[in-house]
Design a binder for this molecule. Structure first.
Ligand SMILES: [Zn+2]
Length: 267
């Protein structure tokens, strides 16, 4: 173990133990061949890479309070919020490959559209802290009179998020519905009991229908999105790129994808 580089970092959200204790610190080990094999597959499971490299969660004084492999894998990782996963991914990239991140972008200026290479120092990424890390559910009193409960997205939602973004259909509605937990205390699967909700996709489909019916107003849906965003903790991965060909400057999100963990990546 001693030859492995490790890093301890403060999480934007933190892991909440089953008995309600908030653990804000996590320790990672650097990536090894096992992780390279995952990255080298055709559909790499990035969350698996993070889970492999997570060696402890805890407090500032005791950052590896939980270090048991099985507990980390089966209890901690599935419950980590997506903002924490994204933060860990950035830290893992820095630990394993260094903070210099090379990326290639296409200029959005339609008169130019030229490709250019940039380097970003990942150590400059700041954290958007979760305003209330103890609060894991968000409640919305809908105009319809119902009480809607929403949750934060977790690392385990990554696969579904990829599916949604690739579906090219009702992406906004699906993203919102993915957060829906219950309406007036009744869970999505309970409310959709006459439908099949065995898989994640079926659950999402049911949530979309329920939410569309309960909150048809685009304005109200936008307000819910703002509430969810405000309550979130995450790395701020917006970067500003300047095109060396035409001088255009624009902001875009750094890609947190398999390419992010490779020595260089294209966006
Ligand atoms: Zn340009």
């Amino acid at each position: 173990m001693s030859h492995q580089a490790t890093t301890t970092t403060e999480l934007p959200c933190g892991y909440m133990t089953p008995d309600g204790r908030l653990l804000k610190f996590a320790t990672l080990r650097e990536m090894e061949t096992r992780e390279e094999k995952i990255l080298g597959s055709s559909n790499p499971d990035i969350m698996q890479v993070v889970a492999n490299c997570l060696v402890g969660v805890g407090t500032e004084d005791e950052p590896s309070l939980i270090s048991d492999r099985a507990t980390l894998k089966d209890e901690v990782c599935p419950e980590l919020l997506k903002g924490d996963y994204d933060w860990l991914l950035v830290q893992l990239r820095i630990l394993s490959l260094g903070p210099e991140y090379d990326y290639t972008v296409l200029c959005p200026n339609t008169q130019c559209k030229k490709e250019s290479k940039h380097t970003y120092d990942l150590d400059n990424i700041e954290v958007k802290e979760m305003p209330d890390p103890e609060e894991r559910m968000m409640t919305w009193e809908a105009r319809s009179g119902s009480t809607l409960e929403f949750r934060h997205l977790r690392g385990v939602d990554t696969e579904m998020l990829t599916e949604i973004s690739q579906s090219n259909q009702d992406v906004l509605g699906k993203l919102l519905a993915l957060h829906l937990v219950s309406i007036d205390g009744k869970g999505v699967s309970e409310l959709a009991k006459h439908r099949k909700v065995k898989t994640g996709a079926q659950h999402l489909k049911a949530a979309v229908k329920l939410l569309d019916k309960e909150v048809p107003s685009y304005g109200e849906r936008t307000k819910i999105r703002a509430m969810l965003l405000k309550a979130r903790g995450m790395p701020d991965v917006d970067v500003i790129s300047t095109c060396p060909h035409c001088g255009s400057e624009w902001t875009h999100r750094m890609p947190i994808d398999p390419g992010f963990l490779m020595p260089s990546a294209a966006v």
